[in-house]
Design a protein around this ligand. Structure first.
Ligand code: SUD
Ligand code: ADP
Length: 275
């Protein structure tokens, strides 16, 4: 067995409609998901006993014990491995850091051992199924129903995390209304980035109002993005607090990212959906 590496790209919910709640308390979602060219990196090596080392610029505060989702993923595959997780993405930020790390671990371990990943991916986290094959997708159910959208146009964007960690369960718990309209079915044909952006402006992130009430820093991030020259749409991803702004091209996104930089904020110009 030789070591294997996998990238764990940031997940962005371009739209996130909460459509109901199941008897077990999990919410049903209808979400348009894309991935960014900003990522954590997972490296796995064969070992007698499982171990984890968390490195990188965003390692602080990330669990290094069995509760880390990469360790849970390895345990679910029944593989003992020495894992190195290089953190670049803010944790508890609504961009699926933990879920994407878990999915990358499963891909790396599958490459290293030849074993198949476990069937019940959602048991590791509702976002793990969509993170298994990172690409544009419509995600439904509680996250286990994933429909790839190969032709979705790519977008130039800026991600802003205002430095507040927002616990996902608290955001769901504060929803004023749990039954909301889903995305249109089927989705319309969207020829280019501008058509996609215009259409997205009429969609929602239903978790944005409860997250804003919990973490006022989100207002500042959304306001700053919306006010950046060229920004066509500013919205929160997932349960927050990371927000994204959509821009006409990579140069405008890069200029905005430079202007938005401030202490305590994580700001990145990214390309979304171009995997
Ligand atoms: C909200 C979303 C949208 O993509 O993203 P993030 O904000 O986490 O990035 C995901 O559904 C989160 O996925 P993930 O973070 O893997 O969720 P899990 O660990 O399975 O669940 C954390 C908690 O969120 C709530 N939860 C999560 C998913 C879901 N469909 N309904 C829920 O009610 C539950 O309270 C659950 O205990
Ligand atoms: N590999 C991981 N990276 C980041 N956080 C992790 C990881 N594994 C477990 N966690 C825990 O999961 C929580 C949610 O993190 P994350 O998945 O990044 O957030 P979100 O669900 O908002 O996208 C964190 O507070 C952290 O304690």
């Amino acid at each position: 067995m030789t070591p294997a590496e996998a990238r764990a790209p940031a997940k962005v919910n371009l739209a996130l409609h909460v459509t109901g709640r199941r008897a077990d308390g999990y919410h049903t979602l209808d979400s348009l998901v894309v991935f960014a060219d900003a990522a954590d990196v997972v490296l796995v090596r064969p070992a007698e006993t499982p171990s984890l080392r968390v490195t990188g610029p965003r390692a602080e505060g990330v669990p290094t014990d069995a509760s880390n989702l990469v360790m849970r993923a390895a345990a679910a595959m029944g593989v003992a491995a020495a894992i190195e997780l290089e953190k670049h993405l803010p944790a508890a930020g609504g961009i699926g850091g933990g879920s994407s790390d878990a999915a990358a671990t499963l891909r790396a371990l599958a490459a290293m051992t030849g074993r198949a990943p476990p069937a019940d991916l959602a048991a590791l986290g509702a976002d793990v199924p969509v993170c298994m094959a990172p690409g544009p997708a419509r995600m439904r159910g509680i996250g286990e129903v994933v429909e790839p959208l190969a032709t979705l146009p790519a977008l130039d964007a800026v991600l802003v995390n205002p430095g507040v960690a927002v616990p996902t369960p608290q955001v769901f718990a504060r929803l004023a209304r749990r039954e909301n309209p889903p995305l249109p079915d089927p989705l319309p044909a969207l020829a280019d980035a501008l058509a996609l952006t215009d259409w997205l402006a009429a969609q929602r992130n239903d978790l944005e109002p409860p997250a804003r009430a919990l973490a006022p820093g989100i207002d500042a991030a959304l306001g700053a993005l919306a006010g950046a020259p060229g920004c066509r749409l500013a919205r929160m991803s997932g349960s927050g607090a990371t927000c994204f702004g959509l821009f006409p091209d990579a140069a405008a996104a890069a200029r905005a990212a430079q202007a938005l930089a401030r202490p305590g904020w994580w700001v990145r110009a990214v390309r979304l959906g171009a995997q």
